[in-house]
Design a binder for this molecule. Structure first.
Ligand code: ADP
Ligand code: MG
Length: 698
């Protein structure tokens, strides 16, 4: 039997060297195995024949059986086309070729029954089928055609006559050469228990299903397997970690925590905050490394929770580090945390890219000697020159901005693994969390501090801004502050900056009586900081900004968030921005300003935003609207792109199901020694070799 993984498609009948090169360049298909797993993107039911007299121009696809009566060449030059007049005895239609050679008339003869298939359109009152698929009726019975698969190909491939049809034929050749034997990738008993069909049948039927039921079963088996192995891989890591890796043990809560709690805490913790702290306290005293994802909507008080956890680490003799995705956020954390801890014997230091030279040395020194207890840092902490005396806890804020590899780099600064807390305000839908962070434990702060009023969100068109300006003025006169945000999208930073600057000019003209801050990504960090600071202290009443303020900025007095060109923002971004207001006790407002023309998708986004404040609901909606490939967080792991057939947005339920099964397998066979399970581990090893992204997420 040939090794599917090793045999190049070059040796497949009908491929050869140049087509093999195209496959590899255009579709990343190199081996027979790759081709076998190149699944159709859709199937069209071709088991049904239509009669010409029932056809209208609105049908998506039709299939007819009949004969070509005559050919005619119509038009001249680039408009020249070949028309084949076709009849099935109930009427006439035209088969049309816009680019054609002599071969068509030679190939498709009169007095022969053909099955033609295509999308009907009406032209000059006649029904046309442009570039139809044509098969000789004698060659196939309709039930043999069944559902016809459609494969994506590229322009280059089409030019080399490698279209969907050709691919299907090549896959047909592949099956003919396989003599039906594709090695099974799941244990027999497991297949039976889960009512799956065998792999070779599934692979055959996904390419050549005879009917929708066959297709469904094939898809189910393949999705099932795909998701199952992802989960098995992730859970295997967490099992191994729980079994082998020794975590630092933090036996005491310590005086710092108690002192802070009784003397400094300005408000009672919410029940959710208390619960999460208890969960982490237990983790850090379990003897295993903590690996926890903390999800909490914007404003739910994650920073405070992180800080209390860091105090525990310090009392147990270790240092703690919190990593923020931007300098602004690091600086803000530094300011908040230093001021909250004032009067307690804790030394807090800041390390960012702009802290250099003379200012950097004492920080590095303090980290190495252990005199710095808490480090607040950006990516700067990843540099090789940064070393800790005893790093016991790492908090990663707003996780999705950090690549997995970067996190790993931080862990490697130690001989032992520090405890890890990953915090994110981008609520990740459950299905996605299970795939991306399947090996992390998850805590959720599902409660906002008391007294917060939900932000009121409204949609306005940008035609007449007078009422909007009036509203801003009223709010500011009542003592509040306002954000006005403009989109910043990388591809056109210059245009965006112009938008922002024009907006700033208008705002200055409209509000001569107020002070205004402006912040955008192209400013020097020091200028940015100064402008931010002016807004934080209340010296300015309006902040005009790009999305640099998206993450983490905390000004409880701000009660208005105006988002210009809101149609250009994604849902999670809109939600993040909205989270900048509603942080104090006052009623806050988020106003989404858009142009009059909106695509269906932007309209849906706006509708969702005005309907709900629930981050999880928004994240689910985002996943459905955009698909997982576009979601923040998935880009880094890349896992969504490795999926051949499963879809995280649609197959959430199946994902949950196979996760339970994977858990069972690991619990029943912790040593991976049962002979009947050997197939699992063998397949897992193979998959890890094949999929680069798999190693990145674990
Ligand atoms: P996020 O979860 O978005 O990081 P923060 O930690 O920035 O939220 O907290 C938002 C605001 O809520 C801060 O001003 C913080 O001091 C305040 N806060 C946190 N916990 C509580 C609480 N239990 N009661 C009242 N206010 C709180
Ligand atoms: Mg935060």
């Amino acid at each position: 039997m040939k090794d599917l993984y090793k045999t190049s498609i070059q040796y497949l009948t009908g491929v050869g060297q140049s087509r093999a090169a195209l496959f590899s360049k255009e579709l990343n298909i190199h081996t027979l195995h790759d081709l076998l797993y190149y699944f159709p993107y859709k199937h069209i039911d071709r088991s049904r024949l239509y009669h010409i007299n029932e056809i209208d121009g609105n049908m998506p696809y039709i299939q007819l059986k009949g004969r070509i009566l005559s050919y005619e060449t119509i038009g001249t030059g680039r408009k020249m086309r070949l028309v084949g007049h076709f009849s099935d005895g109930t009427g006439f239609i035209d088969l049309v070729w816009f680019q054609f050679g002599n071969y068509i008339q030679k190939k498709y003869k009169f007095n022969t029954d053909y099955i033609v298939f295509g999308k009907p359109t009406v032209f000059n009152g006649r029904i046309n089928l442009a570039h139809p698929d044509i098969d000789e009726a004698d060659d196939l019975t309709l039930s043999e055609i069944g559902l016809r698969p459609y494969y994506n190909t590229t322009e280059r491939m089409k030019r080399a006559n490698l279209n969907s049809n050709t691919i299907q034929k090549l896959i047909g050749n592949l099956f003919a050469s396989l003599d039906g034997s594709v090695p099974e990738t799941l244990p027999e008993a497991f297949i039976r228990q889960n009512h799956l069909i065998p792999l070779d049948k599934a692979l055959h039927d996904i390419h050549f299903p005879k009917n929708p039921e066959e297709l469904r079963q094939a898809e189910y088996r393949l999705k099932f397997e795909e998701l199952f192995y992802i989960q098995l891989n992730l859970l295997r890591y967490s099992h191994a970690r729980k079994k082998y890796s020794k975590g630092l043990r933090f036996p005491i809560v310590g005086q710092l925590f108690h002192d802070f709690y009784s003397q400094k805490l300005p408000f009672p913790l919410t029940e959710a905050q208390k619960r999460v702290i208890r969960e982490m306290r237990a983790d850090m005293n379990s003897g295993r490394q903590m690996n926890r994802l903390l999800q909490g909507d914007v404003g739910s008080g994650k920073t405070l929770v992180a800080m209390l956890t860091m105090l525990i680490a310090i009392s147990n003799g270790y240092q703690a580090c919190i990593m923020a995705p931007t300098e602004i956020l690091a600086e803000q954390h530094f300011a908040t945390i230093s001021s909250m801890l004032r009067g307690l014997p804790v030394s807090v230091a800041l390390l960012t890219g702009s802290i250099r030279g003379k200012k950097r040395e004492p920080v590095l020194d303090g980290l190495l000697k252990g005199t710095v207890n808490i480090l607040i840092a950006t990516h700067a902490v990843l540099e090789d020159t940064v070393s800790f005396h005893a790093l016991g806890l790492v908090v990663v804020d707003e996780q999705h901005r950090f690549g997995v590899a970067q996190r790993a780099k931080l862990w490697n600064k130690n001989e032992y693994l520090p405890h890890v807390l990953v915090m994110t305000a981008t609520p990740i839908p459950r299905t996605l969390a299970m795939t991306l962070y399947g090996d992390l434990d998850v805590s959720v702060i599902d409660e906002l501090p008391p007294g917060r009023k939900p932000v009121r969100t409204e949609h306005r068109y940008d035609r007449d801004k007078t009422p909007l300006f009036q509203f801003i003025r009223m709010q500011i006169n009542e003592g509040r502050q306002a954000y006005i945000v403009y989109p910043l999208i990388k591809e056109s930073e210059k245009i965006d900056l112009k938008n922002l600057e024009e907006g700033y000019k208008i705002i200055r003209e409209v509000f001569p009586e107020f002070n205004i801050s402006i912040v955008h990504g192209q400013m020097k960090p020091a200028d940015k900081e100064r402008e931010m600071q002016r807004f934080v202290t209340g010296e300015t009443q309006i902040m005009v900004a790009t999305t640099v303020i998206e993450v983490g900025v905390n000004v409880p007095n701000a009660s208005v968030m105006i988002i210009e060109n809101a149609e250009r923002f994604g849902l999670s971004q809109l939600h993040q921005l909205r989270g900048r207001v509603g942080r104090g006790a006052d009623q806050s407002y988020c106003i989404l300003v858009t142009s009059f023309k909106l695509t269906d998708e932007s309209r849906k986004r706006i509708e969702i935003m005005t309907r709900t404040n629930d981050g999880f609901e928004i994240a689910e909606a985002d996943l459905k609207l955009r698909g997982p490939g576009d979601l923040e967080g998935t880009q880094q792991s890349g896992i969504a792109f490795d999926l051949h057939i499963a879809n995280l947005a649609r197959d959430g339920q199946l994902l949950g199901h196979v996760r339970t099964l994977a858990e069972q397998v690991l619990n029943d066979d912790p040593d991976e020694s049962r002979p009947e399970n050997a197939v699992f581990w063998q397949q897992l090893r193979r998959l890890k070799k094949e999929n680069v992204n798999w190693s990145a997420i674990s």
